[in-house]
Design a protein around this ligand. Structure first.
Ligand SMILES: C[S@@+](CC[C@H](N)C(=O)[O-])C[C@H]1O[C@@H](n2cnc3c(N)ncnc32)[C@H](O)[C@@H]1O
Length: 302
């Protein structure tokens, strides 16, 4: 340690204690991520970093104070990770969650079999799913549909931060996904070969059980899906049916408690092969299906 520098391990020990006292769920990890951000290094390099100078100590203390108020870590550092992507986030947009990566993985496996030309991400938020699809599927055009003015600002920012060959294939549209006609006007009837959505789905009665980071910082329009969690998913299913090509794979994320309802809605809307799927933690997280392959009057499939 130098005269005014403080060893990384001492700073981290103190910070983790303060975060833990504030009720932060992962205090040690958050302390490391905040300090790494302040120092402008990867978290893995902290172990080999020398004493932290007073200026960086001050910046770290400020970041820590914010996190102790339960401001989301991602708002403080200005970005969130989603698979290999680093996306800008802050007030007005939902912070992408690792749970949604399971849905993305499923969609990518489907795309390898079906080679879609057009994919659609309904309720796009920061653009996590839309941008990831455009990255992983180089021949696919992706419609990113989002209603919120504030979220669209982040979506545009994240898309424009991508290389041109990716950004140019993402079509951002301000659309209410519960409005079937508006969705069809934006995307086209029976055109989409792959459809994903992480819509608002938390039942309003569950608000009290949410962490302060979520309840006080994620936009409520991104979180809540009415009393039963289905106020967006229900009408959105009809819109998806209208834009899907026959046989197109569809995946919709949902609340832990609503998997059966989402599956029922997809079945009654006419989807085939409807199945519940779990996230990386093994919780029911998304439902998948396949748009029906229509049969013409002569009985030949299309
Ligand atoms: C749970 S967030 C998901 C964002 C992003 N897909 C992700 O996985 O990180 C839901 C998003 O749906 C948007 N949204 C809510 N109601 C909508 C509607 N009726 N039409 C379109 N977007 C809507 C919200 O603004 C929010 O950005």
């Amino acid at each position: 340690m130098t005269e005014s520098g403080v060893a990384v391990r001492d700073l981290l020990r103190d910070a983790a204690g303060r975060l833990s006292a504030a009720g932060v769920p992962s205090p040690a990890v958050d302390a490391e991520l905040l300090l790494a951000d302040v120092l402008g290094i990867d978290r893995g390099r902290l172990i080999t970093t020398g004493p932290v100078d007073p200026g960086a100590q001050e910046a770290f203390a400020a970041a820590l104070a914010r996190r102790c108020t339960r401001e989301p870590l991602q708002h403080i550092i200005g970005h969130a990770w989603f698979g290999p992507l680093e996306l800008a986030v802050g007030p007005g947009v939902f912070v992408p969650r690792p749970e949604t990566e399971a849905l993305l993985e499923w969609a990518l496996v489907q795309a390898r079999h079906t080679s879609p030309a057009i994919a659609v991400d309904l309720c796009s938020g920061s653009g996590a799913l839309a941008i990831a699809l455009a990255h992983e599927l180089p021949n696919v055009r992706v419609h990113a549909l989002e209603l919120s003015d504030e979220a669209l600002v982040w979506l545009r920012r994240n898309v424009s931060a991508q290389p041109a060959d990716i950004a140019d294939r993402i079509i951002m549209q301000q659309v209410d996904v519960t409005d079937r006609d508006a969705v069809v006007a934006a995307v086209g009837a029976s055109t989409a070969g792959l459809i994903v959505s992480n819509p608002p789905y938390i039942p309003t009665g569950a608000a009290d059980g949410l962490d302060p980071e979520v309840r006080e910082h994620d936009p409520h329009a991104a979180l809540f899906g009415g009393t039963d969690g289905m106020s967006v998913i229900g009408p959105m299913a009809a819109a998806i049916a209208a834009i899907a090509r026959p046989g197109a794979p569809v995946a919709i994320e949902h609340d832990d408690t609503t998997g059966d309802r989402v599956a029922a809605v997809l079945r009654t809307t006419g989807f085939d092969d409807v199945a519940g799927r779990t996230d990386l933690a093994g919780r029911p997280r998304f439902v998948t299906g396949r748009a029906p392959v229509s049969v013409d009057v002569e009985g030949s499939g299309s």
